[in-house]
Write a protein that binds this ligand. Structure first.
Ligand SMILES: NC(=O)c1ccc[n+]([C@@H]2O[C@H](COP(=O)([O-])OP(=O)(O)OC[C@H]3O[C@@H](n4cnc5c(N)ncnc54)[C@H](O)[C@@H]3O)[C@@H](O)[C@H]2O)c1
Length: 324
């Protein structure tokens, strides 16, 4: 099977693609390479904007995975206009072109951010998805733009992922577990803006499995699936990080609790993904932390701006480089 992964050179793609190759798939990547290229040498990478990839080029693939766009709130808030183009219009445009080109399946990287500020109930895929910030609104728009193209000949799957964390060759330290780990080591301090806020956390290794399950599911399967390794409060995550750096590294980090309001608060049910995609998470926050410890020799340059999406994005913007 031949798969195109748009945005495949990013944080999730850099873990997913080697696993797809291991399973014998032929994989090409379409990516602007904002964060460089950390993929195996034998992956064919088209360094261009999704908007410039033709239907003719798309026609050679069985499945297309969309992992591109602006992938966090700071980027979306820095440039709301580019955010709506990249996260709402772009995935729908690629799905539309892929369908016209004869691609059979399209998998969209959605986010649990679409749930906004909830009332501490477990949300499933039929719960209200209401947010009032650019990233959440645009991820929902992108999702519905893709899903409306679903039919018997074109299966569209949207994976609403929790906050992904863990080690990737294309590392990010702007995601909650990774960010707390970094500051625990660097500053001996873990700042918790609001300990009571809920977040579904998704180990990057479980994220890769979810995409594989979606790719390998029967063509009659489509729709929205929540994907997470587990639901945690921010206070609980801080406790795990504090205990982890003490246990593995002997570092005594202090937790500083603030009481800043957050506009995102949600926990999700993954029962549907479990039942239909056979997605079963295997890694919890403790596993994520031990994975970071195992790989920490590879990212000691914590101040490298490449680890922080907003820094790279601002630099690209300042230099008038292509950000769609
Ligand atoms: N990381 C998370 O916690 C998380 C959680 C939920 C959803 N998501 C979604 O998953 C996807 C992947 O996340 P990530 O953390 O790997 O992101 P990332 O920022 O590391 O990677 C995104 C990649 O897309 C590429 N890209 C962006 N716009 C492009 C365009 N127009 N044409 C070609 N390439 C383009 C970039 O060069 C980059 O390599 C995103 O859509 C994000 O919104 C991520």
């Amino acid at each position: 099977m031949k798969i195109l992964v748009a945005g495949g050179a990013g944080y999730i793609g850099s873990v997913l693609i080697p696993k797809l190759l291991e399973r014998g798939y032929q994989v090409d990547v379409l990516d602007l390479l904002w964060f460089g290229n950390h993929l195996p040498d034998d992956v064919n990478v088209f360094q261009k904007d999704i908007l410039n990839f033709t239907e003719e080029e798309l026609g050679q693939y069985d499945q297309v995975v969309f992992l591109a766009g602006l992938s966090n709130d700071p980027m979306a808030e820095y440039s709301p206009g580019k955010n709506f183009i990249s996260n709402a219009a772009l995935p729908a445009y690629l799905a539309y072109s892929a369908k016209r080109a004869g691609v059979k399946r399209y998998i969209y990287a959605s986010s649990c951010s679409v749930y906004g500020y909830t009332v501490n109930e477990l949300y499933d895929e039929s719960s209200p998805a209401v947010s009032n910030y650019p990233y959440g609104i645009s991820k929902l728009q992108g999702e519905s733009g893709c899903l409306q193209l679903n039919d018997d000949n074109f299966s569209v799957i949207s994976l609403r992922q929790g906050t992904v964390s863990g080690y990737s060759l294309r590392m990010r330290f702007d995601l909650v577990v990774n960010a707390m780990f970094k500051s625990a080591i660097n500053e001996r301090l873990i700042t918790v803006n609001n300990p009571a806020i809920w977040r579904p956390i998704l180990s990057i290794r479980d994220a890769a499995s979810a995409y594989i399950r979606a790719i390998e599911s029967g063509m009659s399967i489509s729709g929205i699936f929540n994907i997470a390794s587990g639901n945690y409060t921010i206070g609980e995550i801080a406790d795990y990080v504090k205990d982890g750096v003490m246990e593995y590294l002997g570092i005594d980090a202090r937790i500083d609790i603030k009481h800043i309001q957050d506009y995102r608060n949600y926990k999700v049910s993954i029962e549907k993904a479990n039942n239909i995609l056979s997605f079963k998470p295997r890694f919890d926050v403790k596993n994520i932390i031990s994975g970071l410890v195992q790989n920490m020799d590879r990212f000691k340059d914590y101040d490298n701006p490449g680890y922080y999406n907003i820094e790279v994005f601002k630099a690209l913007d300042a230099n008038h480089l292509q950000v769609t």
